[in-house]
Every structure is written in structure tokens, then in C-alpha cells.
Design a protein around this ligand. Structure first.
Ligand code: PMP
Length: 552
């Protein structure tokens, strides 16, 4: 047992017996045991579908698969993680586990996230505010100076990147504070860390006595509505703190949502989204600095910007009229405004409200998740960008082929497939083609302004011809023969199949004709030519719908 956690925890928590719930016996039974122990209703909810299944049962208090997935995500062991209803709940849990009302204190920087003082007040803990430096920087010496000799200082919060100012705290400073306050638990809130370049201290928290790191799926994984976060620390400290949680803290639906979001096949898309948000955050800074409304713009490591504006009341009225919501943060700075980075359209609307012309570039992007028992595929495709191209189908030659399509068509493609390659590549190859075709069709939207038709021709000794019509009517013709059965792990017989799946998914007529000597060349030529044909067909040439029918 961590002596420190034992010593710092409220005596009531140390003495508390684990909550007496039926789930304690879960480990002694198989999942199909007859369950008459928890006063559950035997009938599942009346709604259809997989979400309803099992909802009549209480969830696992700390589902092992989720703890495992989150510990892997943050690079620690499952025993270092307690999953909570958002990081909010972890803050509340720590305050309730460690702070005796009217006696114990928590240190809270100023300005920072308001939940620390909220939960401290609810618990009746004393709050010692420690001002951040002039530029909202974290000054470890000043922090320690204010806290010197503070009796019963149980928790010291540090938020990095800081909400609402975005400042990142050098991990070395956090460790210095932890070293200097051996009788206090340092709570490092890394809720926004994925949007910053700062290193996590999760691994240090696992091995130290007095450091807890908070993480959340709300921000980087877009799961704010599921309420899934966690506290990371040494197992004894985490175990003690978790006693303050209710018996079944995590709703089953949220557990499923978190497991789905953490599926390895979805990872590249989440990374892509984070990269976009970070890029947009930086893109917006000089634009907002042009605004007559804005005094200063501060970027940082979050998915938001911190502005200081001249006339917050006027801005509030204007934004209200436009139906745009931002957070006014006068407690952080006079005229302080926190502006979250949104989608391109949302950012453009915000820029326009600040009187700055954004770009009126059309967005032609689609993100698709296609999951069956055979394959789990996630695709993000952006017709307005050429990069990145990150393709992982599990079949290297096919990755190369899809990369040829995207490169020659000139679009960004992020695709990840977790398929049943233990059987063979068939399902993965076919389903990826369907998913790419579907994503292309979605990204094209109403098809206004596109070229619609495309064709392409020769490659070395090989001649490949691909003709495309993005007509909305799937049709596929493939003329060509292959001598060999496989190229790497890729079966050559799949090529006609791939183009049919692409045509079906995309809703296009795709005619492929290939002849030559070398199967590798021939296959590659088909994919390249398809990319080139697609490049012409998807290119925007104006605003007209390229059909006399009035729809495509
Ligand atoms: N920490 C910080 C710094 C935050 O800004 C927030 C939410 N705004 C949280 C923690 C809580 O996140 P959640 O409860 O959604 O995980």
C-alpha cells in the first residue's frame, strides 16, 4: 500500500469497505450464468438493435477491456487506471477521497478550469489560489512559494494545456513541484494533451507516490457525450481514490462507445482530425489578429484559442444574433474569450463574425466507418487536399495500389482496415474498395461543378485504359487477364472485383481495359489510370451540374 496515499486519504475512505454489489462476484462466473443476483429485470429494453442488448443488466464497474484499451492508449498498466465519467468525475473523486471538509486544502492555479474549485467547494475543502504569471505561464517557484507551509495541502492541481488560456506546462516543472511537495498529491490535468506537443507524465504518475494524471476521451476522441475519462496513478493511490466512486459509474452505452472509438482501425482518423484541428488553430491566429474586435490572440496546446477582445458585451450580442456560441472568460482576462476550433464551415462562420474574411473553399470530405464480422474499416477522404495518404489495408501491395489511386487522383486518403487476413485477403480487399468508393461518393456530395467524366491511358509496355462516368449509376466492365495468381499477398483475381466494388460504392460507370506482359505493371497501371481518370472526373470546373437531367 502506498504509505502516502494511506496517510493523505480521508480516514473514512481508508476505513470504507468496498461497496457491496453483485458485480463483485463477476469473476467467479461465466457470462452465461443465470443471473438472479442483482434485482435486474430479465427483459432487455423494447428498442431494437445491438445497443439495447444487455441494457437490462448492470455494467461492469470497471470493464477490463476498457481499462486495458485506455491503459494501452496512455502507455501505462491497467492497474494504474481508474475509468471515470469524464475527467470531471475523476476530479470530484480525488477531492472526495482526500479532502476532509473544513480541514484540508487544495491548490488551484488562477485562471484555470473551473471544476477544481467547484468540486473543492462542494466538498468543503479550503482553496488556495495560486496566480499564474503575467502571460499565464506556470512559474514553479512562485507556485511553491505561495504553498510553502500550507497545512493539510492534500491536492495541487496543474492544468496543461491550461483551460482557458492554452498554456502548456513543462513536465519538468510539474515533477519539480511534485518533488518539492512530498506530502501533497499533484493532479496534472492533461485533458487537452493530444492537441499539444508536450509529453505526457502518465508513466511518471504510475511510478510515483504523489502524482495523478487525468485524461479524457471527450476532446481528442470526440466523445464528450459518452462521459469517459480516467485518473492514472500508482495502483494503491488509484484504488483508494476509486472507493469514492459510485458502484456502477460507467453506463454500458458509454463503455461500448468508448470501445468503438478506441478500435485500432479508427486511430488514423482520430489522428487526422487532431492534426486538422491543430492546423486550423494555427491558421486562425493571424486571421483573428486582423479583426478590429480583437486585442490579442493566444494559441497554445488545446483545441481552442484564447482571445482578448475590446468590447465583450458588443461581441456577445453580435454572436448571439448570429447563433454562434463561444465562452466569455472575464475571470481569466478582461475581455477574455475562449473560442473552440470547429469544422471548416464553423470556423469560417466565426471568422466572418469577427469581421475577417475566411476562405470560401468548398469542403469535399467524407469519413466512413464500415464494420462487419469480417472487416473493420475506417476511411477519411478529402478531395480538396492531396495529403496525407496513410493506407493500411493489411496487404502491402494493395496499400501501394490504393496509394496510387489517391496520389494520381490528387486527394488525401486515410484508410485503415482490420480484416480477417487469417482467412485470406478477399474480404479486406473488397470491403476497402467499397468503403473508398462510398467515401468518394459522399465527398462528392451534390456533384455540382465536377468534370464528371475521366479517361486515362498508357504505362510502359502495358496499356491500361480507364474510363469513368460519375453518373450515379454503378456499372463495371473489366477487360484483361493476369498470368500469376498473386502479387505478394494480393490475389490478381481481385483486381476486376476491386473495380466493381469501387464502381458500386461510388455509383459510377468504370470501364477498365488492360494489356501487357508483367502482372505487377498491369495491375499498377489499372490503379494509376483509375486515379488519373478520377482526377479529371472529380475536378471542380465551375458550379454547374454536369448533367442535363438536373441531378446526378
Ligand atoms: N479538464 C479540463 C481542463 C477541461 O477543460 C475539461 C472539460 N472542459 C475537463 C477536464 C473535463 O472533461 P470531461 O469530464 O469531459 O472528461
Amino acid at each position: 500500500m502506498s504509505i502516502l496515499a494511506q496517510r493523505l486519504a480521508r480516514p473514512e475512505i481508508v476505513a470504507l469497505e468496498p461497496f457491496d454489489i453483485a458485480a463483485q462476484a463477476n469473476g467467479s462466473f461465466t457470462p452465461d450464468a443465470i443471473k438472479l443476483d442483482a434485482n435486474e429485470n430479465p427483459f432487455p429494453p423494447l428498442s431494437e438493435g445491438p445497443l439495447a442488448a444487455g441494457l437490462n443488466r448492470y455494467p461492469e464497474p470497471q470493464p477490463e477491456r476498457l481499462t486495458r484499451a485506455m491503459s494501452a492508449l496512455y502507455g501505462v498498466e491497467p492497474a494504474n487506471v481508474v475509468v471515470t465519467r469524464g475527467a470531471d468525475d475523476a476530479i470530484d473523486m480525488l477531492v472526495r477521497a482526500f479532502c476532509r471538509p473544513g480541514q484540508d486544502a487544495v491548490a488551484i492555479p488562477k485562471p484555470t478550469f473551473s471544476a477544481y474549485s467547484h468540486f473543492a467547494r462542494v466538498q468543503g475543502a479550503r482553496i488556495v489560489h495560486v496566480p499564474l504569471s503575467e502571460n499565464f505561464g506556470f512559474d514553479a517557484d512562485a507556485y511553491l512559494e505561495v504553498l510553502k507551509g500550507e497545512p493539510n495541502l492534500k491536492l495541487a492541481f496543474i492544468c496543461s494545456p491550461n483551460n482557458p488560456t492554452g498554456n502548456e506546462v513543462d513536465p519538468a516543472l510539474v515533477l519539480r513541484v511534485a518533488d518539492a511537495l512530498p506530502n501533497t498529491i499533484i493532479v496534472l490535468d492533461e485533458a487537452y494533451l493530444e492537441f499539444s506537443e508536450t509529453a505526457s507524465l502518465a508513466a511518471n504518475a504510475s511510478s510515483r507516490d504523489n502524482l495523478v494524471v487525468l485524461r479524457t476521451l471527450s476532446k481528442a476522441f470526440g466523445l464528450a457525450g459518452a462521459r469517459i475519462g480516467c485518473a492514472i496513478g500508482n495502483p494503491d493511490l488509484i484504488g483508494l481514490a476509486a472507493r469514492a466512486l459510485p458502484p456502477y459509474p460507467l453506463p454500458s452505452l458509454s463503455i461500448e462507445a468508448a470501445m468503438a472509438a478506441l478500435a485500432p482501425s479508427r486511430r488514423p482518423i482520430h489522428e487526422q482530425r487532431i492534426a486538422r484541428i491543430k492546423a486550423d488553430r494555427e491558421r486562425l491566429v493571424p486571421l483573428l489578429e486582423q479583426s478590429a474586435i480583437v486585442k490579442s490572440v493566444r494559441s497554445g496546446g488545446g483545441n481552442f484559442l484564447f482571445l482578448e477582445v475590446h468590447d465583450p458585451a458588443a461581441l456577445a450580442a453580435k454572436l448571439r444574433g448570429l447563433g454562434i456560441r463561444v465562452r466569455f472568460r472575464p475571470y481569466a482576462a478582461p475581455g477574455g474569450v475562449r473560442l473552440t476550433i470547429g469544422t471548416e464551415q464553423e470556423n469560417a462562420a466565426a471568422l466572418a463574425a469577427f469581421g475577417v474574411p475566411g476562405s470560401d473553399e468548398k469542403v469535399r470530405r467524407a469519413e466512413i466507418v464500415r464494420e462487419t464480422r469480417e472487416t473493420k474499416i475506417a476511411v477519411a477522404l478529402d478531395l480538396e487536399r492531396a495529403e496525407p495518404r496513410i493506407i493500411a489495408t493489411g496487404i502491402p501491395f494493395y496499400d501501394h495500389m490504393l496509394d496510387q489511386v489517391a496520389a494520381h487522383a490528387g486527394f488525401s486518403l486515410v484508410l485503415s482496415c482490420d480484416g480477417d487476413l487469417d482467412i485470406d485477403g478477399h474480404h479486406s480487399i473488397e470491403d476497402c474498395a467499397i468503403a473508398v468508393g462510398t467515401a468518394l461518393g459522399r465527398a462528392l456530395g451534390d456533384k455540382r461543378g465536377i468534370g464528371r467524366f475521366g479517361f486515362a491511358l498508357p504505362m510502359d509496355e502495358t496499356e491500361a485504359q480507364v474510363l469513368i462516368d460519375l453518373s450515379g449509376r454503378p456499372f463495371s466492365r473489366f477487360e484483361g487477364e493476369f498470368e500469376t495468381s498473386h502479387i505478394g499477398e494480393y490475389p490478381t483475381e481481385m483486381t476486376p472485383h476491386v473495380f466493381r466494388s469501387l464502381a458500386d460504392g461510388l455509383g459510377a460507370a468504370v470501364h477498365v481495359r488492360v494489356q501487357g506482359e508483367n502482372d505487377h505493371h498491369k495491375t499498377e497501371a489499372c490503379f494509376k489510370a483509375f486515379g488519373r481518370a478520377l482526377r479529371q472526373a472529380v475536378r471542380r470546373e465551375g458550379d454547374a451540374l454536369p448533367s442535363t437531367k438536373g441531378m446526378l
